[in-house]
Design a protein around this ligand. Structure first.
Ligand code: NAD
Length: 500
């Protein structure tokens, strides 16, 4: 079996441990690689490589760092076909979807190209006699990113382009389920001119994550993944006094008001519920039609659309939905469908027995639709992360607002309506971090920041955009006076401008 590697000091480094994780082609079910899981010593060697690269990189002019990002962006565009294919094979999302997600990462690279402007400090002349005051943003040092399987390029690119453009050296610990694409991104960064050690990739599991968190040379940790692990990473980093942003799971609701354009709402639910087989942190997994007539019409329209979904191998351009990422995850998602039936929800479309012809070992299931789901059911409370949409019928607007507001997660939410007043009221009062109005997946552009509320995100700063720059830098303020020949003598009172 072919072994993958780590990427350190600008080159592929074979693993030394005797622990491996299998990597699959999700459509065929075949194991394609063995991924070495780093030992603590291997992780420490990677940290040492990054720490060595840091002083030189931090002292490289921001405009020179930006030029690396410009070239990296070009390389992403030139290699888009190959990169999307890598993503599609291991993750299982269809190739067009893979390309779209890489483009969303590329947009963060475009944002990072503006780093000379973004790093500009503040200056106040003459705040007291002969005294100037200014602030500057400085990089932190070695920073680490731990990323999930569902966006093997986009989520790492939420992090490393901004971190590196700010002058840090970045260690990526990608998901062990689809590591080929992150490894390829690191190669492209070298081709773009990033010095050795500025972007290292270490493959591993909990041991690698714990070693990164515990090492004093790692100054900040960015995490994206499931809520229990996000919470763990947040608490451990806090324990070590480390800067941390940790994004977790989600249960995104889409409210359908009686006046919504029903065709638009159904199209939106198909894409947002079943695109990427529901393995998106911004997937819509709960539809909340308001009023029985709206609910009846919505379910009646959704059912034939879900039954007609073209599920097939991820590289087949005719496929609308590919397989899930692993057999284990497939079993978990199907288990949730079994649970929903036991809990008394109505399974309107059952995709559990779907088999893709010629790909019988692939990790496939068809789309599922539950109706009459209630807020005490586990299929409502917990993240399923698969192609399973739950319809929770709400009698009125107040109930539709209450459901996402009181839910444990608060990543994304959408409202479909023609009523500006209802949309405005909803937007102002819903306790969720990212809101869409007639937009099902309200992922902010790269120049805004991405992040949910409640148990969907731990830490104070969000991903990319202005928060990304704040997260990966610290502010230094300098109060400066040059000798003028005026001697005020020793001053024992707290200085104020008037006292100078
Ligand atoms: P995961 O939590 O299993 O893994 C994420 C990362 O943590 C991986 O790199 C993994 O190796 C590491 N990890 C796993 N177990 C660990 C442990 N015990 N200790 C330390 N590290 C550990 O998540 P996943 O299954 O890869 O990704 C899917 C999850 O990510 C979903 O819950 C999804 O909602 C979430 N997600 C959230 C966002 C967001 O921005 N909120 C974005 C994408 C994905």
């Amino acid at each position: 079996m072919k072994q993958l590697y780590h990427f350190v000091d600008g080159r592929a480094v074979p693993g030394e441990s005797d622990r491996f994780s299998p990597v699959y082609n999700a459509s065929t079910g075949e194991q394609i690689f063995e991924l070495p899981l780093a030992t603590a010593d291997e992780v420490r060697a990677v940290i040492a490589s990054s720490a060595k690269a840091f002083p030189g990189w931090a002292n490289t002019a921001p405009s020179a760092r930006a030029r690396v990002m410009f070239r990296f962006k070009d390389l992403l565009e030139q290699n888009m076909d190959e990169l999307s294919e890598l993503c599609s094979i291991e993750h299982g999302k269809v190739k067009s979807d893979a390309a779209g997600s890489i483009t969303r990462g590329l947009e963060v690279v475009e944002f990072a190209c503006g780093i000379p402007q973004l790093l500009k400090g503040e200056f106040s002349a003459n705040v007291a006699a002969g005294i100037d005051l200014y602030s500057m943003r400085q990089p932190l040092g070695v920073v680490a990113g731990i990323t999930p399987f569902n966006f093997p390029a986009m989520v790492p690119m939420w992090m490393f382009p901004v971190a590196i453009a700010c002058g840090n050296c970045f260690i990526l610990k990608p998901s062990e389920k689809d590591p080929s694409l992150p490894l390829r991104l690191a190669e492209l960064m070298m081709e773009a001119g990033a010095p050795e050690g500025v972007l290292n990739v270490v493959n591993g599991d909990k041991l690698a994550v714990d070693t990164l968190i515990e090492d004093p040379n790692v100054k900040a940790v960015s995490f994206v993944g499931s809520t229990p692990i996000a919470n763990y990473v947040y608490e451990r980093c806090a324990h070590f006094g480390k800067r941390v942003q940790a994004m977790g799971g989600a249960k995104n609701h889409m409210i359908v008001m009686p006046d919504a354009d029903m065709e638009q709402a159904v199209d939106a639910l198909m894409g947002a519920g079943y695109g990427s087989a529901g393995e998106r942190c911004m997937a819509v997994s709960v539809a909340v039609p308001v009023g029985q007539d709206t609910a009846d019409e919505l379910v009646a329209r959704l059912k034939p659309r879900i039954e007609a979904l073209k599920v097939g191998p991820s590289l087949d351009p005719a496929s609308e939905m590919g397989p899930l990422v692993t057999a284990e995850h497939l079993a978990k998602v199907k288990g949730y469908v079994d649970l929903g039936v036991q809990e008394g929800a109505d399974l309107v479309v059952d995709g559990r027995d779907f088999r893709a012809q010629g790909y019988e070992n692939g990790f496939f299931m068809g789309g599922c639709l539950f109706d009459n789901v209630t807020d005490d059911m586990r299929i409502y409370k917990e993240e399923i992360f698969g192609p399973v949409l739950s319809v929770v019928r709400a009698p009125d607007f107040d109930e539709a607002l209450r459901l996402p507001t009181e839910h444990e997660f608060g990543n994304g939410v959408a409202i479909f309506t023609r009523d500006g007043d209802a949309a405005r009221d909803f937007t102002a009062n819903v306790e969720v971090g990212m809101v869409g109005i007639n937009v099902p997946i309200p992922v902010p552009m790269a120049f805004y920041s991405f992040g949910g509320w409640k148990n969907s995100a731990f830490g104070d700063m969000n991903q990319h955009g202005p928060d990304g720059v704040r997260f990966y830098t610290r502010t230094k303020t300098v109060t400066s006076r040059w000798p003028t020949g005026i001697r005020a003598g020793a001053e024992f009172a707290m200085p104020t401008p008037g006292s100078e």
